[in-house]
Design a protein around this ligand. Sequence first.
Ligand code: MRU
Length: 366
Amino acid sequence: MIVNGRHYRTIWLNADGWSVDIIDQTRFPHVFGTATLRTPEEAAAAIKDMLVRGAPLIGVTAAYGIALAMRQDSSDAALGSAYQLLVKTRPTAINLKWALDGMTRVLTPLAVTDRAAAAYARAAEIAEEDVAINQAIGRNGVAIIKAIAARKGPGETVNILTHCNAGWLATVDWGTATAPIYTAHDAGIPIHVWVDETRPRNQGASLTAWELLHHGVPHTVIPDNTGGHLMQHGFVDMAIVGTDRTTAQGDVCNKIGTYLKALAAHDNGVPFYVALPSPTIDFSVMDGVREIPIEQRGGHEVSHLTGRTDDGRIETVEIVPRGSKVANYAFDVTPARYVTGLITERGVIAANRAALAAAFPERAAQ
Ligand code: MRU
């Protein structure tokens, strides 16, 4: 995507040919900065501390983390310990394990001397695949937006609600939930996006809004608890969200609060779509509510808020009385029955076991 006239992806190889540059997402929306990763430990810290976040980007960063490790030491032991270091960074997004397993499968049979080059090549391939997948999700999802636009009539705006950031910042480029949105906007379909702020880390307010603003997509940031009201009054035509892990039966794990939006959408007959790149499917898990590990993060994200003061200083303030307990569950699970459709790179499919297995037979069989 274009930022200040320059094309950016969220992760790329540094000009030195081996270290890895990322956009530092902890400083949005007020500061656009980058960081350089030189060791697997730095890659792991970037994932854990959320300099990079979003399921697909976590996977790509982990793949490059393995490449950085192989450059230092390409023994079996080093591969194993880099895997262990990286896989523990965030428990919910399955793209992390998917990428690490893929790297291990490619590297293990190779001679030790060939592993570093092969690791960089495979990490780059995963990044390219992510971009292609998201573009396909864009093409498949825009058909749904077009159909709604046609139903509403010429010149009528299609209002789309999204939660968290499943935008280009969460992937290598394009985003998953935002790919149909950008594709529709670029095709001249009038759209407007309701952006859930997404407490506690505010990925909607600070990342999705920033992306849409830079791309010129009309949008409005809303407090998280506004969506139900908007749906009751006919102000939302569809919802599109991302996912961190979707089970074999189509249960969708995504940022905390997604489930409540799906319930409100169901009650109001608003179509609720999930943009799903295939690496986010976990065919080893069936019942998302019972089986997916939900990350719990530090209480500081709930008890404090960071923002810009009127005179331009970035400050963090406490918003909860000292002594009150806080809880920070990062994700929830929306059962498949509330999902209208899964927008994948292979088409829009039903959220059920048969449809997922038919669309991705090679993954289902693994
Ligand atoms: O905690 P985060 O910011 O990594 O959570 C991100 C999300 O929940 C996204 O919706 C999901 O990863 C899909 S990104 C294409």
